[in-house]
Design a protein around this ligand. Sequence first.
Ligand SMILES: [Zn+2]
Length: 227
Amino acid sequence: MLRRLLWPTVFLLIAGLGWLGWQYLPRAYNPFAPLHVADPLTPMTEFKLRRLRSDADVCRAALETAPLRTVPRPDAGSAECPLSDAVQVQSAAIPLSSSFLASCPLAVSYALWESHVLQPLAQQHLGQGVRRVTHLGSYACRTVRGGTRRSEHATANAIDISAIALTDGRSITVERHWTDDGPAGGFLRALHKRSCDTFTMALGPAYDAAHRNHFHFGMGGRFGLCR
Ligand SMILES: [Zn+2]
């Protein structure tokens, strides 16, 4: 008799716990809840980012929660470099050196990055807020240097960032400060490492000479390529 009741009891217990989790789990930890840019980064963030990469509607909904001013771009581009569901990011929470074209997933990840990675790390390492982000562009129809593989830039899936200006007026550049022994270098190296929390790819000066003066942050490939 007891044996017969065991499995139904276990099943009910698991179903009950699942229901409780669904009801009371904070949104940032709930894998089924939509991504909100204001939510803290959690182990579920990557799962949510994976989902919005493969579903344009889910991505658009997440983008609406971001403090970005965006203008949708009509689908365009060429066969080699198609542009779909792209937006022109005109402004962000932190002022930009200029607007940039982004795939929807790149725009969402950028918004997560500036609020949850860049701004807190600048405070932590330099005791300063960030006043401006300087980038070198996002969309360029080309292959990866020295090869035939298409660059993430070919689909507006990556942005190259070269400098961070602080509220005290100082400018931290990848080119000058990457090897710096002081807080500026520590900040840049921490920024490179932590940027993989919001982008699938983060390449910097340690990767190759082509990246000596900028970080490449992309959303095209598999998660976790951070060198
Ligand atoms: Zn790049």
